[in-house]
Design a protein around this ligand. Sequence first.
Ligand code: K1U
Ligand code: ZN
Length: 141
Amino acid sequence: QLVDDMLETMYDADGVGLATTQVDVHERLIVMDTSDARDDPRVLINPELVAASEEMTFTDEGCLSVPATYDKVQRHAVVTVRSLDRHGQPQEFEAQGLLAVCVQHEMDHLMGKVFVEYLSQLKRDRIKTKMLKKTRDDARD
Ligand code: K1U
Ligand code: ZN
C-alpha cells in the first residue's frame, strides 16, 4: 500500500522520484520514474550504492520538498544500485543520465539530506527568504 501511495503522490506531483523521508515515513524506500512516457515505475527498498563512477555530472535538480527551486548539483555520472524490489526480490542495476542523478538525490533524502545543502550559503539564504515570503503570502490569501 505504501508503494502504491508513494507512486500516486509522485505522479500527481509530476515528480521523477520520491523518498519515504519526504512523506514522513521511517522506512528506507524510494520510488522513481524517469521515463518520458511515465510508465516505468521503479521501487527500491533498502537501496545501497555499490559502485560510483569517477566521472561526475553537473546537472539541474529540483525537489518536491523545495518548490520552485532548481539549481545545478555535482553527482556521479554512473552508479550501480542494489536494493529489494516491491516484491522483496533482490535487484541490481546501473544507472546513468537522469536516473543516476535521481537515485543519488533520493538516497540523500533517506539520509536526511536535501539538494540545496550542496549550494553556497548565499544561494541557501536566498531560497530560505523566498520560501518564507511564499509562506507569508499564502497565509495572507
Ligand atoms: O525527490 C524529489 O524531491 C523529486 C525530484 C527528483 C529529482 C528531480 C530532478 C533531478 C533529480 C531528482 C523531482 O522530481 S523534482 C521535479 C521534476 O520532475 C524534475 C526536475 C528537474 C529535472 C527533471 C525532473
Ligand atoms: Zn527531493
